[in-house]
Structures are given as structure tokens and as C-alpha cells.
Design a protein around this ligand. Structure first.
Ligand code: MN
Length: 498
């Protein structure tokens, strides 16, 4: 897996010098306890770093600017233990450029009924101070996440963890570089888009290379390196020759091993984290990259087929956002293929010609060699499996001509009723929320593509928060969606986002 940085989050507690040293000492002590417990909880994917209490304009401004400059800092968590006059925060907030979490908590969970007096009230007034702080952030129109609840509650900690994944996605978006070794498929509209605008909005760098330059890198991979990787494949995966000659089968697999190594070296050398291919533009490559692309996705690369750089970048973004997720279930490029419309069993069969990431596999993964029904190359080797059950999200980024729209559908992945022994590709099967009829109608109304970036390990809320940070519209389709409301939402958004 290509790793992002070792990110950390700063914890900044707000107060003021009106309360005296004794009170401020307690504020600092409490926030240290909170930071230590959060780090010890085992729930957070990244470390929290305690910062001295924010009591003056100068300290606040300096701390935010230090956060900007610190490459390891992926965001600041603020909490007002006492009252902190929010005009003190204006300059610091104006200059702050990283993700902001407003943790609306307080040190004590319960009101100390027997002992509470005015000293306690003055020392513990988050309900008061956090409203003052929230007001100025709202007035300044700054995107932030608000999480409410006691800091030691696991549900609150899980929300902080979820936001941390989003924040790392916001930070890392501008490091995504997509290599195009093929243009957009002729005549196809939905995979097209404005690459300059994508760089302005998301920071993505999208560059083209002649396919034969990468084909040369593939040809430069030695026979011994290729054979060693084929041996690894034969150890790791089930081999299903299905009547094909064993030597010929192995030779076809070796072509993919050589592509995997050649592509990876070329991407590493030129510093790209995502790639697009096109079955109709393969130059000197003898097979459509199938198994090779599946393995690269497993290693953390983004991928889009038929020149689809938007989905390639989204897959890479999701791979980054899901890093450090315990028991992650996987993230892949995907395509809506065919429906099951039987009442009560509705769903979409998801696959691609070849390129589905094995991180989403449930159970054994096999290698097959089969003809492609499209293109004019030799039969490519591919990994075949079915995907895990469980909930996930499918996302599509579309260019509406004057702006981008991100569409996210919550989906429920299931097993197909029966196996599909004649289908030689990896598949998933899901029912879109709220159901197939409304989900598909909503998706089409919003203009979503047939290609998606899919993951089990993020929520629609996380992607919507990323979209908000990028300043684009996000349309969520889930169990709360009705067509009437969605139509209105799209109309209203067309006025807001112009
Ligand atoms: Mn496709």
C-alpha cells in the first residue's frame, strides 16, 4: 500500500485570562487528560497532540499558523472549556487552512449535584463558550465538523475517528496524481471532465503519457523478476485453467505479472498514485491489463477504465481515506452492469471487464484466462472472486459543464442467489438504498455515471464532508431519499452552486 504521511491532529482548548491561574491550570490539566485518554482509547486512527491553552489573539493566531506549517498536522480539534471571546479567534481562523473539528464536549459527564457552586459553573461552561466559538465560525463561513457529546463516550470517539479519515482525505487530495495512458473513450460523455478545474478544486494533477512509453517499461522487466512474481501468484491464488493448456495459461499469467511490475516501476518513477487505461488503446501491450491492475489497486493505486480519470482519482482518494481502518473490507473501481429485477430480490450486478480490486473479495481468489469480448488482444489473465456482504458506498464524480457534482449512494452488498460459473470476472451484487427503484431513479436524475468508486469502509457523510471542504455539491442517496425531495434539492443546489 502506498502510504500517506504519518498524520497527527492538534487539540486546542479555548479559554481566556479572566479566570485566574488556578482555573487555567485546571483547564490545562483537564485537556491533557482528555488528549491522553483519546490516544489510549485505541479508537482513533491518528494521534492527538495537546497544545497549550488558547487564551489570547496572539496565541490563537500563532497556533493556527504553526498548524498550517507543520506537514504532519492534518487538522485542529477545538474545544472551549470556558468562555473564550470569539473575536480573539478571527485572525487565527482567517489564516487557518486545514480541517477543523469543533468538539463540543465538557470535562465532567454528569452535573455534580451535591457540590456544584458558582466556581464550578465558571470553570466548566462549554455549553456557553462553545456557542460563542461556533457563532464566529458560522459567521465567517468556515467549513468545520461539529461533534457533540462526552469525550470518553465510545460513540463520540468513533465520530472523531471518522472525521480524522475525512481530514486526511482533504489533506492528501492535493497529492493525487493520475497517469493517463489513454484518452477518454470515444463518444462517451460521463467520464469526460475539466482537468484544469479538477486541479483547482481538488488539487489533482492529471497527465497523459503515450501508452507505448509504459509498454517499453513493461518490456524492460526481466524474465526472472516476472517468473518470481508468477510464482507468488501461483502460491497465493487458486489456478483455474478450465481446460486450457497449462503452459499457455502460465504464459498468459506471466504477461500480467510483467505488466504489474512495469506499470508499478513507471508509476513510482514518475510519482503517480492512480492510472487509467483503455481497452481500445493498448499500443504494444499484448493483453488488456487485468490481473496487473487488480494487484495495483490492492497496493493502493487508484484506477479508472476507458480513460476515466475522475473515478481513478476517487478510488485513490478512498484508498487514502480508509488507511488505518481496522478490519477494512475493501475499496475498488466498479461498474454497474446488469440488474436483477425479480420482486424482493432486486439488485445490481457490479463488475468490470477485468479490473475489480481484490481487497473487496470474500473467500478465495482465483486466476482465470478468458477471451475479452472487446478489443483485439490475447486473452487476459484476471483475478476472479465475489465481494463481501455488508453496507458500503458507491460514488461518482460528474462534470456538469460549469461545476462538479459528487453523487454518493449507500448500498447493501449481498450474495447473489446462485453462483455464476460461466462469468469469468470478479463481481459484487448490491441493492442501492433506499431500494432499487428509487435508488436508480435518483442516481440517474443526479446524472451519476456507470463507473463508481466503491468502498465498505467509508460513509456517505465522510465523502460529503470531503466534498464540502472542496467546495462542491454532494448528493447523497440513502434510506432517507425520496424522489420529490431529491428533485427539489437538485433545483436548490443549482442556484447555490454556480
Ligand atoms: Mn467501463
Amino acid at each position: 500500500m502506498k502510504q500517506a504521511k504519518k498524520y497527527k491532529f492538534w487539540f486546542a482548548t479555548g479559554s481566556q485570562d479572566l479566570y485566574g491561574d488556578e482555573c487555567l491550570a485546571k483547564v490545562a490539566e483537564h485537556s491533557r487528560i482528555i488528549v491522553n485518554r483519546l490516544n489510549e482509547s485505541g479508537v482513533l486512527p491518528y494521534e492527538v497532540v495537546w497544545k497549550p491553552t488558547m487564551i489570547t489573539n496572539e496565541v490563537i493566531r500563532r497556533t493556527f499558523n504553526e498548524a498550517n506549517a507543520d506537514e504532519e498536522c492534518a487538522g485542529v480539534i477545538t474545544w472551549m472549556h470556558t468562555f473564550s471571546p470569539a473575536k480573539s479567534w478571527i485572525l487565527g481562523l482567517q489564516e487557518f487552512r486545514k480541517p477543523l473539528l469543533h468538539l463540543h464536549t465538557q470535562f465532567n459527564e454528569e452535573i455534580p449535584y451535591d457540590t456544584i457552586d458558582m466556581d464550578f459553573m465558571n470553570e466548566n461552561q462549554s455549553a456557553h463558550g462553545d456557542r460563542e466559538f461556533g457563532h464566529i465560525v458560522t459567521r465567517m463561513g468556515i467549513e468545520r465538523k461539529i461533534i457533540v457529546g462526552h469525550w470518553n463516550d465510545r460513540a463520540v470517539q468513533e465520530k472523531i475517528a471518522s472525521w480524522m479519515h475525512t481530514a486526511v482525505g482533504i489533506m492528501e487530495s492535493s497529492h493525487i496524481r493520475v497517469m493517463r495512458i489513454a484518452d477518454n473513450m470515444r463518444n462517451v460523455a460521463v467520464t469526460e471532465g475539466d482537468k484544469v478545474e479538477a486541479q483547482i478544486k481538488f488539487g489533482w494533477e492529471i497527465d497523459a503519457y503515450p501508452v507505448n512509453e509504459i509498454a517499453e517499461a513493461v518490456q524492460a522487466v526481466s524474465q526472472s523478476d516476472t517468473n518470481a512474481l508468477v510464482d507468488e501468484y501461483y502460491d497465493k491464488y487458486q489456478i483455474l485453467p478450465e481446460g486450457r493448456d497449462e503452459t499457455e495459461f502460465r504464459r498468459h499469467v506471466a504477461v500480467q505479472a510483467q505488466i504489474e511490475l512495469g506499470f508499478e516501476r513507471f508509476l513510482e518513477e514518475k510519482n503517480y498514485q492512480a492510472i487509467v487505461t483503455h481497452f481500445g488503446d493498448l499500443g504494444a501491450l499484448t493483453q488488456l491489463p487485468g490481473l496487473a491492475i487488480q494487484r495495483l489497486m490492492e497496493k493502493g493505486y487508484g484506477f479508472g477504465a476507458e480513460g476515466d480519470w475522475k473515478t481513478a482519482a476517487l478510488v485513490r482518494l478512498m484508498k487514502i481515506m480508509t488507511q488505518n481502518t481496522p478490519n477494512a473490507k475493501g475499496t475498488s473501481f466498479m461498474e454497474d452492469y446488469t440488474y436483477n429485477l425479480v420482486p424482493g430480490k432486486e439488485g445490481i450486478l457490479e463488475a468490470h471487464m477485468l479490473e475489480v480490486c481484490p481487497t473487496i473479495a470474500d473467500g478465495p481468489v482465483s486466476i482465470k484466462v478468458n477471451p475479452l469480448s472487446m478489443g483485439e488482444r490475447e486473452d487476459p489473465a484476471r483475478l476472479v472472486f465475489t465481494a463481501k456482504e455488508g453496507s458500503g458506498i458507491a460514488a461518482s464524480l460528474v462534470d456538469l459543464g460549469n461545476r462538479f457534482r459528487l453523487i454518493v449512494n449507500a448500498v447493501d452488498c449481498k450474495k447473489t442467489e446462485k453462483p455464476m460459473p460461466k462469468l469469468p470476472v470478479a463481481t459484487a451484487f448490491w441493492t442501492p438504498q433506499p431500494n432499487l427503484v428509487t435508488g436508480a431513479e435518483a442516481w440517474i436524475l443526479a446524472g451519476g455515471a456507470h463507473h463508481t468508486a466503491f468502498t465498505y469502509d467509508l460513509t456517505a457523510e465522510q465523502l460529503a464532508d470531503w466534498g464540502a471542504a472542496m467546495g462542491i455539491e454532494t448528493v447523497i442517496i440513502d434510506n432517507d431519499t425520496t424522489i420529490r425531495n431529491l428533485k427539489n434539492e437538485l433545483r436548490w443546489n443549482s442556484v447555490y452552486y454556480r
